[in-house]
Each structure stands twice: as C-alpha cells, then as structure tokens.
Design a protein around this ligand. Structure first.
Ligand code: MF3
Ligand code: CO
Ligand code: CO
Length: 259
C-alpha cells in the first residue's frame, strides 16, 4: 500500500478545485439563516456548482448518497442529508460539507455556520473546533508524522473538555475522493506515516461537547452523537509542500496562510 505523491502540476489542478469548493461555502454564507430548509441550500449549491463553476458535485451518487451537500445540524456529527423537512431555526449550528470535481481533481471542504443568535456554549464549540483544525494543519511539513497532527487536535479539544470523534477521519484525496492515508484526529507525537512533499489529504476534525461516541441513523448516512449533545466540524484539503503546507480550500474570510 502506498500513498500517491502529486506533482507540481497535479497540485496546481487541486488548487483550482479547492478554490472552487471554497467558493461554494462562501456563496452559501448569504443563504444560511432561520427559516431556510437544507434542501433549498442543496439546490442552490447544485446549480452554482454545475452552472457557474462547471464542476461535478462529487457527493451526488457517491456510495448512493442522494445530495450535493452534507448538512449536519446540532447533534449531527456528519453526513446529514439535505431535506425539505429540515428547516433551520434561530440558535442552530450547521456544518456544510462540499466536494467538487474539476477536470478530475477533488476539492473537499466544510465549515460551520451560526444560524441567527447562537448560545455561547455552541459558538465556543464551533470556534474551538476550528482552532483544533488549524492546530493540526500547522503540524504539516515533510518529515512530520500523521500522529503529530492528531495529537495537536486531540490535545486542544481535550484541554477544552471536548472529545474527538473516533469513527470518522480525514483522508488522502486527489483524482480519487477518498484514498490513503486515513488521517485520524487523535494520536501520539512521532507515530504514524511520515509526511512527504506532494502528499494531499484532508484534515476534518469532528469535535463533540459530550462523549465521542456516535450512532448511525436508519437512513444509512446521518451520524449523530450518542448522547444527543452538540458536535462541530471544519475541513480543509491540504498539500504537503517543501517548506510546510498549503491550504487548497482557503476562503477569503480566513486569516491563515502558509506557515
Ligand atoms: N465530504 C465528506 C468527507 O469529508 C464525505 C461525504 S460522502 C457523502 O470526506 F457521500 F456523504 F457525501
Ligand atoms: Co473529506
Ligand atoms: Co468533506
């Protein structure tokens, strides 16, 4: 089993795909508000991706997934299915996860949105989860271990008395949506795969307010917290560069660049 190494040209293609994926999340900023259904958000995203970006929405039909977006509200950890019946209300937190394919290359990213006025404990979970992702990203450079990333995320989450979901993880990405390696969001410094320039993978920690245990709903997709408490997630697609990392799915609102 080996990890694919992307050429400079491949990485240029991934950067275009990543930028386009990021633009979907930026576009959705204007639409996420109380009273809107997750189905409506999905329809807007599908139209934008196919008509404006001229990309393929990678989730549609992926292992039978029916929609463009994953929309995971409150106690939903990941893979929530957009639905007419799921109408956002004041105080909700929602993760929207999108993957687009541009000329065969994937860009995979997600962010949390606050719906109306969100309670302080929920906003804090959202903010610290983003910091956990950034702490993981900052560890990326040739010679670092995957365990360094997981350890940084786990340490920050647990210092804040949160837990790191164990059942789902980040992944290698390129012309294949999910490829090796698995990028878990917990671990020990110095353990696991040694990173090399040209590797591309996602870092996408799911952090829970309560315990890390998850439960899969009967629809076969929606993953919820076992204790019913809130969960948050952020995701970027990253390339390992000579000097460190590049975040290929960076949005304009983010104040975070190459190390
Ligand atoms: N985008 C998700 C990830 O971060 C995977 C979603 S697969 C789907 O890896 F089928 F649920 F869309
Ligand atoms: Co992913
Ligand atoms: Co994703």
């Amino acid at each position: 089993m080996s990890i694919s190494i992307k050429s400079q040209n491949d990485i240029e293609m991934m950067k275009i795909a990543g930028k386009k994926a990021a633009s979907v999340l930026e576009m959705l900023d204007h639409y996420v508000k109380p009273g809107v259904s997750t189905e409506y958000l999905d329809q807007i995203a599908f139209k934008y991706i196919t008509e404006d970006l001229k990309c393929i929405p990678a989730n549609v039909g992926y292992n039978g997934f029916p929609k463009t977006l994953c929309t995971s509200v409150n106690n939903v950890i990941c893979h929530g299915i957009p639905s007419e019946d799921k109408v956002l209300k004041d105080g909700d937190i929602i993760n929207i996860d999108i993957t687009v394919i541009y000329e065969g290359w994937h860009g995979d990213t997600s962010k949390m949105y606050l719906v109306g006025q969100v309670p302080a404990h929920a906003k804090r979970l959202v903010d610290i989860t983003q910091e956990c992702m950034y702490a993981g990203i900052r560890k990326v450079k040739p010679g670092a271990h995957l365990g360094d990333i997981g350890n940084a995320i786990q340490t920050m989450a647990e210092e804040n008395h949160y837990s790191v979901v164990r059942d789902y993880c980040g992944h290698g990405i390129g012309q294949i949506y999910h490829e090796e390696p698995q990028v878990v969001h917990y671990g020990e410094i110095g353990e696991g795969l040694v990173l090399e320039e040209g590797m591309c993978f996602t870092i996408e920690p799911m952090i829970n307010l309560g315990t890390y245990h998850s439960k899969l709903l009967d629809d076969g997709w929606t993953v919820v917290t076992k204790d019913g408490k809130l969960s948050a997630q952020w995701e970027h697609t990253i390339a390992v560069t000579k000097s460190g990392f590049e975040v290929m799915t960076l949005r304009d609102e983010e104040d975070f660049s190459v190390s």
